[in-house]
Ligand binder design. Structure first.
Ligand code: CO8
Length: 258
């Protein structure tokens, strides 16, 4: 298994757990983290033995943002020419479900990274925010877009303009977070959700992900047609035959991703 400089990767029972591992910098996201997370996620996506990815932090932080020390000397021409941080799009191109388990600070790029996953769960100690305005800049990895889609204009403006933090309970109320759990149950809950999804058909799970994501890209009519066509396609899978037969025969399905 590949070793990474800034993340730990653990694979078991079809679940790849990626843990951000720059605790001294509160897991600040530099270019190496970008490279490591996206490479590990792509490797997991390509590995037939892996069905679900969990991305989490450690200690006090999920990630306290893009690395301010790295960014402080970055200038416009370099950022523009290199399309700085556009590489994070590689993570959102991953087809397998990604659970982001937020254990602590998820600020700036950290909040944006958490939102790149498919199911966001949080410990009671999680803190979310887009504090870029305090640095004289603005969100740059999706904060103004994904956060607004997740929580609406009112709270997105509030968070991005004031730079304040919101706790896990507020984040759940606002619709950013799927579930809040006690801090010491976060990893187990992420695992439980991952195991539940890992038992499904990978094809059906991939289609769910595509269909829900389409809701953010299309009109309602286009999205409904897309969903319906995906449903029609699912009828061509062995997993559909198996899933429905298992229901009728009152037994557990055995999916083969085919
Ligand atoms: N970058 C670099 N280092 C950081 C970061 C960061 N984002 N956050 C924390 N650290 C470091 C600190 O410098 C400190 O290091 P050292 O011990 O060497 O001084 C260490 O982590 C511990 O941090 P603190 O001492 O500050 O810990 P506190 O408990 O006092 O405070 C906070 C915790 C509140 C989380 C505080 O660290 C903080 O405010 N951090 C910065 C949060 C922030 O502003 N994040 C947004 C960054 S900008 C961003 O994310 C833009 C993304 C888009 C880029 C896309 C470009 C296209």
């Amino acid at each position: 298994q590949t070793e990474f400089e800034t993340i730990l990767v653990e694979v078991s029972d079809g679940i790849a757990t990626l843990t951000l591992n720059r605790p001294k910098a509160l897991n600040a996201l530099n270019l190496q983290v970008l490279e490591d997370v996206t490479a590990a996620a792509e490797a997991a996506d390509a590995d037939d033995d892996i069905r679900v990815i969990v991305l989490t932090g450690q200690d006090r932080a999920f990630a306290a943002g893009a690395d301010i020390k790295e960014m402080s000397t970055l200038d416009f021409s370099v950022a523009y020419r290199r399309n700085w941080f556009a590489g994070w799009n590689r993570l959102t191109a991953v087809s397998k479900p990604i659970i982001t388990a937020v254990n602590g600070f998820a600020l700036g790029g950290g909040c944006e990274l958490a939102m790149m996953g498919d199911i966001l769960i949080a410990s009671e100690k999680a803190k979310f925010g887009q504090p870029e305005i305090n640095l004289g800049v603005l969100p740059g990895m999706g904060g103004s877009q994904r956060l607004t889609r997740a929580v609406g204009k009112a709270k997105a403006m509030d968070l991005c303009l004031t730079g304040r933090m919101m706790d896990a309970e507020e984040a759940e109320r606002a619709g950013l977070v799927a579930r809040v759990v006690p801090h010491d149950e976060l990893a187990a809950t992420a695992r439980e959700i991952a195991e539940t999804i890992a038992a499904k058909s990978l094809i059906a799970a991939g289609m769910v992900k595509e269909a829900v994501n389409a809701a953010f890209e299309t009109t309602l009519e286009q999205g409904l047609r897309y969903e319906r066509r995906l449903f029609h396609s699912s009828l061509a899978t062995a997993d559909q035959s198996e899933g429905m037969a298992a229901f009728i025969e009152k037994r557990d399905p055995h999916f083969t991703d085919s």
